[in-house]
Design a protein around this ligand. Structure first.
Ligand code: SF4
Ligand code: SF4
Length: 318
Protein backbone atom coordinates (compact mmCIF):
# COMPACT_ATOMS: atom_id res chain seq x y z
CA UNK A 1 0.00 0.00 0.00
CA UNK A 2 1.12 3.53 -0.74
CA UNK A 3 2.52 5.55 2.16
CA UNK A 4 2.72 9.35 2.35
CA UNK A 5 4.45 11.75 4.71
CA UNK A 6 2.02 14.02 6.57
CA UNK A 7 3.11 17.54 5.62
CA UNK A 8 6.19 18.70 7.49
CA UNK A 9 5.83 16.23 10.35
CA UNK A 10 8.11 13.53 8.95
CA UNK A 11 5.41 11.00 9.94
CA UNK A 12 4.83 8.44 7.17
CA UNK A 13 1.34 6.94 7.07
CA UNK A 14 -0.45 4.35 4.96
CA UNK A 15 -3.01 5.80 2.57
CA UNK A 16 -5.69 3.75 4.37
CA UNK A 17 -6.05 4.87 7.98
CA UNK A 18 -7.97 2.50 10.28
CA UNK A 19 -10.84 4.49 11.80
CA UNK A 20 -11.42 3.03 15.24
CA UNK A 21 -14.64 4.90 16.09
CA UNK A 22 -17.39 2.48 14.99
CA UNK A 23 -16.09 -0.62 16.76
CA UNK A 24 -16.43 1.17 20.12
CA UNK A 25 -19.18 1.09 22.74
CA UNK A 26 -21.24 3.88 21.13
CA UNK A 27 -21.71 1.99 17.89
CA UNK A 28 -20.96 -1.67 17.21
CA UNK A 29 -19.74 -2.50 20.68
CA UNK A 30 -16.99 -4.96 19.74
CA UNK A 31 -15.07 -6.19 22.75
CA UNK A 32 -11.45 -5.01 23.04
CA UNK A 33 -10.40 -8.56 22.10
CA UNK A 34 -12.55 -8.65 18.93
CA UNK A 35 -11.64 -5.11 17.92
CA UNK A 36 -7.97 -5.63 18.77
CA UNK A 37 -7.84 -8.71 16.56
CA UNK A 38 -9.28 -6.77 13.60
CA UNK A 39 -6.86 -3.87 14.10
CA UNK A 40 -3.99 -6.37 14.34
CA UNK A 41 -5.05 -7.94 11.03
CA UNK A 42 -5.16 -4.50 9.44
CA UNK A 43 -1.67 -3.67 10.65
CA UNK A 44 -0.28 -7.00 9.48
CA UNK A 45 -1.88 -6.29 6.07
CA UNK A 46 -0.04 -3.00 5.64
CA UNK A 47 -2.00 -0.34 7.54
CA UNK A 48 0.25 1.61 9.94
CA UNK A 49 -2.13 4.44 10.88
CA UNK A 50 -4.96 4.38 13.46
CA UNK A 51 -7.37 7.20 14.23
CA UNK A 52 -9.24 7.32 17.53
CA UNK A 53 -10.45 9.83 20.17
CA UNK A 54 -10.82 10.16 23.93
CA UNK A 55 -14.62 9.96 23.51
CA UNK A 56 -14.67 6.84 21.30
CA UNK A 57 -13.90 4.42 24.14
CA UNK A 58 -11.54 2.45 21.91
CA UNK A 59 -8.16 2.82 23.61
CA UNK A 60 -8.55 -0.73 25.04
CA UNK A 61 -9.12 -2.12 21.51
CA UNK A 62 -5.96 -0.45 20.22
CA UNK A 63 -4.01 -1.54 23.29
CA UNK A 64 -5.00 -5.16 22.64
CA UNK A 65 -3.69 -4.92 19.07
CA UNK A 66 -0.46 -3.19 20.09
CA UNK A 67 0.27 -5.66 22.87
CA UNK A 68 -0.14 -8.55 20.44
CA UNK A 69 2.29 -7.00 17.96
CA UNK A 70 5.24 -6.79 20.37
CA UNK A 71 8.25 -5.47 18.42
CA UNK A 72 6.05 -3.95 15.67
CA UNK A 73 3.98 -1.91 18.13
CA UNK A 74 6.14 1.22 17.85
CA UNK A 75 5.80 1.26 14.05
CA UNK A 76 2.11 2.08 14.38
CA UNK A 77 1.14 5.76 14.07
CA UNK A 78 -1.70 6.73 16.41
CA UNK A 79 -3.79 9.89 16.12
CA UNK A 80 -6.22 10.76 18.90
CA UNK A 81 -8.21 13.80 19.93
CA UNK A 82 -10.02 15.45 22.80
CA UNK A 83 -12.82 17.99 23.13
CA UNK A 84 -10.94 19.55 26.08
CA UNK A 85 -11.10 23.35 26.26
CA UNK A 86 -8.64 24.25 29.00
CA UNK A 87 -4.96 23.57 29.48
CA UNK A 88 -5.57 21.28 32.45
CA UNK A 89 -8.31 19.28 30.72
CA UNK A 90 -6.10 18.70 27.69
CA UNK A 91 -3.15 17.74 29.89
CA UNK A 92 -5.34 15.10 31.53
CA UNK A 93 -6.49 13.87 28.09
CA UNK A 94 -2.91 13.48 26.88
CA UNK A 95 -1.92 11.61 30.03
CA UNK A 96 -5.00 9.38 29.75
CA UNK A 97 -4.06 8.42 26.19
CA UNK A 98 -0.43 7.73 27.09
CA UNK A 99 -1.43 5.51 29.99
CA UNK A 100 -4.29 3.70 28.21
CA UNK A 101 -2.24 3.02 25.09
CA UNK A 102 0.97 2.30 27.07
CA UNK A 103 2.86 4.77 24.90
CA UNK A 104 5.39 7.38 26.02
CA UNK A 105 4.70 9.42 22.91
CA UNK A 106 1.40 9.95 21.07
CA UNK A 107 2.06 10.65 17.39
CA UNK A 108 -0.75 13.10 16.61
CA UNK A 109 -3.04 14.82 19.11
CA UNK A 110 -5.94 16.88 17.77
CA UNK A 111 -8.29 19.47 19.13
CA UNK A 112 -11.51 17.50 18.55
CA UNK A 113 -13.59 20.29 17.06
CA UNK A 114 -16.27 18.93 14.78
CA UNK A 115 -18.89 21.62 14.76
CA UNK A 116 -17.12 24.85 15.64
CA UNK A 117 -15.74 27.36 13.17
CA UNK A 118 -12.49 29.36 13.14
CA UNK A 119 -13.29 30.70 16.63
CA UNK A 120 -12.14 27.36 18.03
CA UNK A 121 -8.56 28.51 18.31
CA UNK A 122 -9.54 31.44 20.54
CA UNK A 123 -12.18 29.58 22.53
CA UNK A 124 -9.89 26.62 23.25
CA UNK A 125 -6.61 28.47 23.44
CA UNK A 126 -5.65 26.73 26.68
CA UNK A 127 -6.08 23.28 25.17
CA UNK A 128 -4.04 24.28 22.11
CA UNK A 129 -1.27 25.70 24.32
CA UNK A 130 -1.14 22.41 26.20
CA UNK A 131 -0.69 20.48 22.94
CA UNK A 132 2.08 22.84 21.85
CA UNK A 133 3.84 22.40 25.24
CA UNK A 134 3.34 18.61 25.03
CA UNK A 135 5.05 18.62 21.66
CA UNK A 136 7.99 20.67 22.95
CA UNK A 137 8.36 18.19 25.83
CA UNK A 138 8.35 15.29 23.35
CA UNK A 139 5.13 13.78 24.70
CA UNK A 140 3.35 14.18 21.36
CA UNK A 141 4.92 14.45 17.90
CA UNK A 142 2.37 16.62 16.08
CA UNK A 143 -0.48 19.00 16.96
CA UNK A 144 -3.67 18.77 14.95
CA UNK A 145 -7.31 19.73 14.57
CA UNK A 146 -10.18 17.52 13.45
CA UNK A 147 -13.02 19.54 11.97
CA UNK A 148 -16.13 19.59 9.77
CA UNK A 149 -15.71 23.30 9.05
CA UNK A 150 -14.19 24.85 5.93
CA UNK A 151 -13.49 28.07 7.86
CA UNK A 152 -11.62 26.14 10.59
CA UNK A 153 -9.43 24.48 7.94
CA UNK A 154 -8.70 27.88 6.43
CA UNK A 155 -7.84 29.34 9.85
CA UNK A 156 -5.64 26.36 10.75
CA UNK A 157 -3.42 26.84 7.74
CA UNK A 158 -2.33 30.23 9.15
CA UNK A 159 -1.47 28.81 12.57
CA UNK A 160 2.14 27.68 12.63
CA UNK A 161 1.60 25.45 15.68
CA UNK A 162 -0.89 23.24 13.79
CA UNK A 163 0.94 20.43 12.00
CA UNK A 164 -1.95 18.19 10.89
CA UNK A 165 -5.55 18.83 9.79
CA UNK A 166 -8.21 16.11 9.79
CA UNK A 167 -11.21 17.48 7.84
CA UNK A 168 -14.44 15.91 6.65
CA UNK A 169 -14.82 15.55 2.89
CA UNK A 170 -16.77 13.26 0.59
CA UNK A 171 -17.99 13.33 -2.98
CA UNK A 172 -21.51 14.47 -2.01
CA UNK A 173 -20.36 17.14 0.46
CA UNK A 174 -22.29 15.47 3.32
CA UNK A 175 -21.72 17.02 6.74
CA UNK A 176 -19.41 19.82 5.60
CA UNK A 177 -19.96 23.05 7.54
CA UNK A 178 -19.37 26.68 6.52
CA UNK A 179 -18.74 25.92 2.85
CA UNK A 180 -19.25 23.58 -0.07
CA UNK A 181 -17.50 20.37 -1.02
CA UNK A 182 -15.35 22.18 -3.55
CA UNK A 183 -14.48 24.91 -1.08
CA UNK A 184 -13.34 22.25 1.39
CA UNK A 185 -11.29 20.56 -1.34
CA UNK A 186 -9.68 23.92 -2.14
CA UNK A 187 -8.92 24.59 1.54
CA UNK A 188 -7.34 21.14 1.87
CA UNK A 189 -5.12 21.76 -1.14
CA UNK A 190 -4.07 25.17 0.18
CA UNK A 191 -3.34 23.80 3.63
CA UNK A 192 -1.18 21.08 2.17
CA UNK A 193 0.74 23.62 0.06
CA UNK A 194 1.40 25.51 3.30
CA UNK A 195 3.06 22.41 4.74
CA UNK A 196 0.18 20.99 6.79
CA UNK A 197 -0.33 17.25 6.83
CA UNK A 198 -3.91 16.41 5.82
CA UNK A 199 -5.81 13.16 6.20
CA UNK A 200 -9.54 12.98 5.58
CA UNK A 201 -12.61 11.63 7.42
CA UNK A 202 -16.09 10.53 6.31
CA UNK A 203 -15.20 9.61 2.73
CA UNK A 204 -18.22 7.27 2.85
CA UNK A 205 -20.48 9.94 4.36
CA UNK A 206 -21.07 7.89 7.52
CA UNK A 207 -22.30 4.94 5.41
CA UNK A 208 -24.54 6.98 3.09
CA UNK A 209 -22.24 6.49 0.09
CA UNK A 210 -21.74 2.73 0.37
CA UNK A 211 -23.51 2.11 -2.94
CA UNK A 212 -20.34 3.27 -4.67
CA UNK A 213 -17.66 2.54 -2.11
CA UNK A 214 -14.79 2.57 -4.58
CA UNK A 215 -15.95 5.76 -6.29
CA UNK A 216 -16.44 7.52 -2.95
CA UNK A 217 -13.03 6.46 -1.66
CA UNK A 218 -11.24 7.24 -4.91
CA UNK A 219 -12.72 10.74 -4.96
CA UNK A 220 -11.13 11.49 -1.57
CA UNK A 221 -7.86 9.64 -1.89
CA UNK A 222 -7.11 11.37 -5.21
CA UNK A 223 -7.78 14.88 -3.91
CA UNK A 224 -4.65 17.01 -4.03
CA UNK A 225 -3.20 17.37 -0.54
CA UNK A 226 -4.86 14.32 1.05
CA UNK A 227 -2.20 11.94 2.42
CA UNK A 228 -4.49 9.34 3.98
CA UNK A 229 -8.18 8.52 4.39
CA UNK A 230 -9.65 7.28 7.68
CA UNK A 231 -12.31 4.63 7.17
CA UNK A 232 -14.17 3.01 10.05
CA UNK A 233 -14.12 -0.80 9.99
CA UNK A 234 -15.86 -3.32 12.19
CA UNK A 235 -15.44 -6.67 10.44
CA UNK A 236 -13.04 -8.65 8.28
CA UNK A 237 -15.06 -8.22 5.06
CA UNK A 238 -14.89 -4.44 5.32
CA UNK A 239 -11.17 -4.61 6.05
CA UNK A 240 -10.52 -6.91 3.08
CA UNK A 241 -12.58 -4.76 0.75
CA UNK A 242 -10.89 -1.50 1.76
CA UNK A 243 -7.46 -3.13 1.47
CA UNK A 244 -8.36 -4.20 -2.10
CA UNK A 245 -9.40 -0.65 -3.00
CA UNK A 246 -6.32 0.98 -1.51
CA UNK A 247 -4.05 -1.64 -3.09
CA UNK A 248 -5.73 -1.02 -6.49
CA UNK A 249 -7.02 -4.58 -6.70
CA UNK A 250 -10.35 -5.90 -7.95
CA UNK A 251 -13.02 -6.58 -5.31
CA UNK A 252 -14.89 -9.88 -5.48
CA UNK A 253 -18.60 -9.34 -6.18
CA UNK A 254 -19.79 -11.34 -3.14
CA UNK A 255 -17.56 -9.27 -0.90
CA UNK A 256 -18.94 -6.01 -2.32
CA UNK A 257 -22.46 -7.21 -1.46
CA UNK A 258 -21.67 -8.31 2.09
CA UNK A 259 -20.18 -4.92 2.90
CA UNK A 260 -23.25 -2.98 1.77
CA UNK A 261 -24.15 -2.57 5.40
CA UNK A 262 -26.66 0.17 6.11
CA UNK A 263 -26.22 1.91 9.42
CA UNK A 264 -28.98 3.71 11.25
CA UNK A 265 -29.43 5.78 14.37
CA UNK A 266 -31.97 4.71 16.95
CA UNK A 267 -33.23 6.82 19.86
CA UNK A 268 -34.50 4.45 22.52
CA UNK A 269 -37.69 5.00 24.52
CA UNK A 270 -35.92 6.07 27.69
CA UNK A 271 -34.83 9.38 26.10
CA UNK A 272 -35.61 12.16 28.61
CA UNK A 273 -35.59 15.00 26.07
CA UNK A 274 -32.68 16.87 27.69
CA UNK A 275 -31.45 18.20 24.33
CA UNK A 276 -27.72 17.48 24.74
CA UNK A 277 -27.69 15.51 21.49
CA UNK A 278 -29.25 18.51 19.73
CA UNK A 279 -26.49 20.79 21.03
CA UNK A 280 -23.62 18.55 19.97
CA UNK A 281 -24.86 17.49 16.54
CA UNK A 282 -22.81 19.27 13.85
CA UNK A 283 -25.54 18.82 11.24
CA UNK A 284 -28.72 19.86 13.02
CA UNK A 285 -29.97 16.32 12.59
CA UNK A 286 -31.49 15.94 16.07
CA UNK A 287 -34.57 17.67 17.38
CA UNK A 288 -36.54 17.34 20.60
CA UNK A 289 -40.28 17.24 20.01
CA UNK A 290 -42.79 16.60 22.78
CA UNK A 291 -40.03 15.63 25.21
CA UNK A 292 -38.33 13.04 22.99
CA UNK A 293 -35.39 13.32 20.61
CA UNK A 294 -35.90 12.45 16.96
CA UNK A 295 -33.36 12.00 14.20
CA UNK A 296 -33.60 13.69 10.78
CA UNK A 297 -32.07 10.89 8.74
CA UNK A 298 -31.66 13.09 5.65
CA UNK A 299 -29.26 15.39 7.56
CA UNK A 300 -27.56 12.74 9.73
CA UNK A 301 -24.11 11.56 8.62
CA UNK A 302 -24.01 8.89 11.33
CA UNK A 303 -20.86 10.38 12.85
CA UNK A 304 -21.83 9.08 16.28
CA UNK A 305 -20.93 12.27 18.16
CA UNK A 306 -24.35 12.45 19.83
CA UNK A 307 -24.24 8.99 21.42
CA UNK A 308 -21.54 9.59 24.08
CA UNK A 309 -23.14 12.83 25.36
CA UNK A 310 -26.51 11.23 26.07
CA UNK A 311 -26.78 10.85 29.85
CA UNK A 312 -29.42 8.14 29.40
CA UNK A 313 -27.41 6.06 26.88
CA UNK A 314 -30.50 6.30 24.66
CA UNK A 315 -28.71 6.69 21.31
CA UNK A 316 -27.38 3.70 19.39
CA UNK A 317 -25.87 3.47 15.93
CA UNK A 318 -26.40 0.01 14.58
S1 SF4 B 1 -29.15 13.40 24.85
FE1 SF4 B 1 -30.23 11.42 25.12
S2 SF4 B 1 -31.79 11.84 26.69
FE2 SF4 B 1 -31.08 13.84 25.92
S3 SF4 B 1 -32.54 14.35 24.26
FE3 SF4 B 1 -30.79 13.31 23.30
S4 SF4 B 1 -31.38 11.14 23.21
FE4 SF4 B 1 -32.75 12.13 24.66
S1 SF4 C 1 -27.57 13.00 14.80
FE1 SF4 C 1 -25.74 12.15 15.84
S2 SF4 C 1 -24.88 10.71 14.35
FE2 SF4 C 1 -26.29 12.06 13.20
S3 SF4 C 1 -25.01 13.75 12.42
FE3 SF4 C 1 -25.86 14.40 14.41
S4 SF4 C 1 -24.28 13.85 15.93
FE4 SF4 C 1 -23.83 12.69 14.04
Amino acid sequence: MKHNVLGGTGISVSQLCFGVLPMGPNQFGLSPEEGGQLIREGILSGINFLDTAQSYGTYPHIRQALDSLKHKRDDVVIATKSTASTYEEMKAAVEEARAALDRDVIDIFHLHAARVDASVFKERQGALECLVDSKSKGVIRAVGISTHSVSAVRAAMDISEIDVIFPIINKEGLGILHGTRDEMAGAIRQASLRGKGVYAMKALGGGNLLDDRRGAIDYVRNLPGVSSVAIGMVNRDELTMNLCIFNDQEVAEELAETTLREKKLIVQVFCKGCGRCVEICPNMAMEVIDGKAGNHAEKCILCGYCAPVCPEFAIRLV
